[in-house]
Design a protein around this ligand. Structure first.
Ligand code: 13P
Length: 239
């Protein structure tokens, strides 16, 4: 199972990032890590056994875009993937049209895109939920045949309302299954779940047809993250 960790704006120093990765190393599991940009180059050199990527990119290749990072820059220093359309970016007014441009740009730069997907508010009625997903899908993947990029796109079901900062998640298992069934009719690549995963709930999601997890806050808590990885390992052996 694929495990991708999104460190968000943590930790505050490179030495703390080393500490976390030294700990990850002991877990003996192939983990993909999205640290803050500033630490990326250093971590890529120091920890060759991990796959590193970024939490965001800009959609232009180069030019007068103060403060932005080009996907080609990420690629050129050895980054392998970028997260796109994270709900925390959407909160900063980044919309689906921008996410669509970013995705196209990442694909051109040959970066793997971990595309976050999901409704912003709780929707209990199934038909309304599917309607909302269809609407999001149309804008996010406009002009793209995503199946022809099924090795370059990973979709992570991560509704904004369910991530840990929202404090009302996680998503009920039946709804994750509904999403998987819906997305599998449209996309044949990897599907992850990310809203949200912690030691007490990971087992809920292990026996449905997911390819892995996108983990935020609990990837920064060694004790909890160890339990998560151990449970995933145990499940993979049984399977
Ligand atoms: P939490 O695991 O903190 O809920 O965050 C999920 C997330 O945003 C991963 O991208």
């Amino acid at each position: 199972m694929l495990v991708i960790t999104n460190w968000k704006m943590n930790p505050l120093s490179l030495s703390q990032a080393y500490k976390l990765l030294d700990f990850y190393q002991k877990l003996n599991y192939k983990i993909w890590v999205a640290p803050p940009f500033l630490f990326l180059q250093d971590l890529i050199k120091k920890y060759p056994d991990f796959i590193f990527g970024v939490q965001n990119i800009y959609f232009e290749k180069r030019g007068a875009y103060t403060g932005e990072i080009s996907p080609w820059m990420v690629k050129n220093i050895g980054g392998k993937f970028t997260i796109i359309n994270h709900s925390e970016r959407r909160k900063l007014k980044e919309d689906l049209k921008i996410a669509n441009l970013k995705l196209k740009s990442a694909l051109k730069a040959n970066l793997i895109s971990v595309v976050c997907f999901g409704e912003d508010n709780i929707i209990k009625d199934k038909q309304s939920l599917i309607k909302e997903w269809n609407k999001e899908y149309k804008i996010l993947f406009r002009d793209l045949n995503i199946n022809s990029f099924k090795n370059k796109i990973i979709i992570a079901y991560e509704p904004s309302w369910a991530i840990s900062t929202a404090k009302i998640g996680p998503v009920p298992k039946e709804q994750v299954v509904l999403f998987i069934n819906w997305i599998k009719k449209r996309f044949r690549g990897k599907i992850l779940y990310g809203g949200s995963v912690f030691p007490e709930n990971i087992e809920n999601y292990l026996d449905i047809s997911l390819d892995g997890f996108l983990i935020g806050s609990h990837s920064l808590k060694p004790k909890n993250f160890r339990i998560i990885i151990e449970k995933i390992k145990k499940f993979s052996i049984i399977k």
